[in-house]
Ligand binder design. Structure first.
Ligand code: ZN
Length: 379
């Protein structure tokens, strides 16, 4: 394969291929030359057969990875990243620091007959498992109406509609639900704060109300959930949630509680804001450049293409070269600067430079989310 081609593939050993993307620049050229020399002059499988050459090859991967990380850190756009709690297609659960409490709960909108969830569902966002998405670099806590560990007083789970919601018993004017305690550990020394949302229906907000609260002393004192960023619980502790439903008379429709969520960052924000609970991305092809697809003579406008480095660079708790470093399906980003600021992009396709475990960077295509798309509701 000629050196001038954009992608150069070198054999690393049996069943392993490293693909390096050509970016230009002296250091990168050196790596490419080194790489090609190895494949060109060595017999097939040569690199994989001695410890010495094995180490050389890993050093090359590390150098390439470091170079990609330098590129992305210098010029990358800041983007928030949401990963699915669960991928219903592969059955693979994602792990890492981007976790959530309690563990995933199957949503009441999931229909066993069709194996489908409702995309518009605010509990799982069509991902089958609550809480649906995890925001990268954050820990999310949630209280869902269908959670069997909740204590209910004068409330009942209404299964007329999906997702099922909690409402007052027919003969009750007020009722309450309380969650168990969840351990938290939040370091706010970088100025980071908690965020929250609640999802409920109050048809008659003049004669009925719904109050969401949290407690960090196991229920002795309570604060409104929407003040959690201001109060900003710090250090190690325990947090629980409470929801109170009230109506003035039995003729008034009961408020319906669906889900509340709270979260705090778990990756420190650097003083310049470049490194934090987010990723950095770079465009790999301009947005409006037509791409020839292989389908005969039809030329389609391509989506927008980006690349980023493996996620372990942004989240040091993700093991290097592990599967958790690679983007998965049902993932989306929100760009936080530049012309696409605050726009959410579902990721359509993705590929790593080496899907077998030595990725140095990963590519993905994205399209702009429509304004009324369910993605805009994802917390
Ligand atoms: Zn759902």
């Amino acid at each position: 394969m000629p050196l001038s081609s954009n992608f150069i593939t070198g054999g690393l050993g049996p069943g392993t291929n490293l693909v390096l993307g050509g970016l230009g620049g002296t250091l990168f050229q050196e790596i490419v030359v080194q790489k090609v020399r190895g494949t060109r002059y060595g017999p097939p499988g040569y690199w994989g057969r001695t410890i010495h050459h094995r180490i050389l090859c890993e050093e090359t991967i590390q150098k390439t990875r470091a170079l990609m990380q330098d590129h992305i850190q210098a010029g990358g756009l800041i983007a928030d990243l949401w990963l699915p709690v669960y991928s219903p297609i592969t059955g693979k659960k994602l792990v890492g620091i981007t976790d959530h409490m309690p563990g995933p709960i199957e949503c009441s909108c999931f229909k066993k007959t069709t194996q489908m969830s409702d995309r518009k569902c605010r509990s799982c966002y069509g991902q089958r498992l609550i809480p649906g998405y995890k925001k990268f670099g954050f820990r999310t806590y949630f209280m869902a109406s269908v959670d069997k560990t909740l204590t209910l007083t004068n409330l009942v789970l209404d299964n007329t509609f999906t997702p099922n919601r909690l409402r007052l018993r027919d003969d009750q004017l007020t009722g309450q639900t309380v969650s168990v305690d969840y351990p938290f550990s939040h370091d706010n020394s970088d100025g980071s704060t908690w965020l929250s949302e609640d999802v409920a229906i109050v048809e008659d907000s003049v004669h009925a109300s719904l109050l969401t609260e949290f407690s960090t002393d196991s229920g002795s004192t309570w604060n409104r959930l929407d003040r959690i960023g201001h109060i900003n619980p710090n250090g190690r502790g325990r947090i629980r949630f409470r929801v109170t439903l009230t109506r003035e008379s039995l003729k008034v429709a009961s408020p319906m509680f669906e889900i509340l969520r709270a979260r705090h960052p778990v990756i420190e924000e650097s003083s310049d804001g470049r490194i934090g609970p987010h990723i950095l991305i770079l465009r790999s092809v301009t947005a409006n450049q037509p791409q020839n697809k292989v389908h005969g003579i039809v030329v389609e406008r391509s989506g927008i293409r980006y690349w980023t480095v493996p996620l372990g660079f942004f989240d040091p708790t993700i093991p290097l070269y592990s599967k958790d470093e690679i983007l998965k399906r049902n993932t989306f980003i929100e760009i936080r600067e530049g012309q696409d600021n605050e726009i959410r992009f579902p990721i359509l396709d993705w590929s790593a430079s080496d899907p077998l475990g030595f990725a140095t960077r990963q590519f993905f295509g994205a399209r702009m989310a429509q304004e009324n798309e369910f993605l805009s509701f994802v917390f």
